[in-house]
Write a protein that binds this ligand. Structure first.
Ligand SMILES: *[C@@H]1O[C@H](CO)[C@@H](O)[C@H](O)[C@H]1NC(C)=O
Ligand SMILES: *[C@@H]1O[C@H](CO)[C@@H](O)[C@H](O)[C@H]1NC(C)=O
Length: 189
């Protein structure tokens, strides 16, 4: 190896070791510059339909728990459901699947029908594929519009904050199956 190549190699090794320094420094906390990130902040609106299928041969939401008093409660207080509900682009169940709503809803109001929703929207569509949004909120299902907070997200929805509006599109009192229109307003990076 000639002298120039030796110097080049030494500089390369030095540079690489400087770049990897933070991971080897055992530093617990580092303040990062958020200015560049703040410039990338976006406000997105998503629109889709949520299909909650509780009866029939292949339900997507199932009862996993209840209280002794659930069946005699006017609001079904104490019932807990686990869902993996499809999300579609249009109101028709056969329209394009854009994601799934996975999580829990439970009757948490003794006097008026109100659900506690804790769910992840797991998206499958385009650049949103693999990204999630987490929603935690109160869902008074017989109100025309229910607002629930977005408490976080992953992938393209890192640092997510915002809210959703849920509107019942279709509800069958016999089967209890429902189609709910969702409008999502989310700030993310
Ligand atoms: C409540 O009703 C459901 C549906 O009819 C039934 O499966 C369940 O066993 C009942 N639970 C109690 C505690 O009676
Ligand atoms: C979403 O990502 C998964 C896993 O990477 C992939 O198998 C699937 O084809 C993707 N779907 C779409 C619609 O891009």
């Amino acid at each position: 190896m000639d002298r120039a190549a030796g110097i080049f190699l030494a500089i390369t090794i030095l540079t690489l070791s400087l770049i990897s320094l933070p991971t080897n420094s055992h530093q617990f906390s580092t303040k990062l510059n958020k200015r560049e990130m703040a410039k990338r902040e976006k406000l997105s609106h998503l629109h889709f339909y949520f299909h909650d299928i509780v009866s029939g041969r292949s339900p997507t939401a199932v009862r996993v728990a209840e209280a002794a008093a659930t069946n005699s409660s006017a609001t079904g207080f104490g019932i807990m459901m686990l869902m993996d509900d499809p999300l579609t682009a249009g109101p028709d169940a056969g329209s394009k699947i854009v994601g799934r709503a996975q999580g829990i809803y439970a009757s948490a109001d003794l006097s008026r029908t109100g659900l506690m929703m804790a769910l992840n929207f797991a998206f499958l569509e385009g650049k949103f594929n693999g990204s999630t949004l987490s929603v935690l909120g109160r869902n008074a299902v017989f109100s025309a519009v229910r607002e629930m907070p977005i408490v976080g997200g992953s992938g393209v929805f890192r640092f997510a904050r915002g809210y959703v509006h849920a509107r019942t599109h279709f509800f069958d009192f016999k089967t209890l199956n429902a189609v709910v229109q969702y409008d999502v307003y989310v700030l993310h990076y």
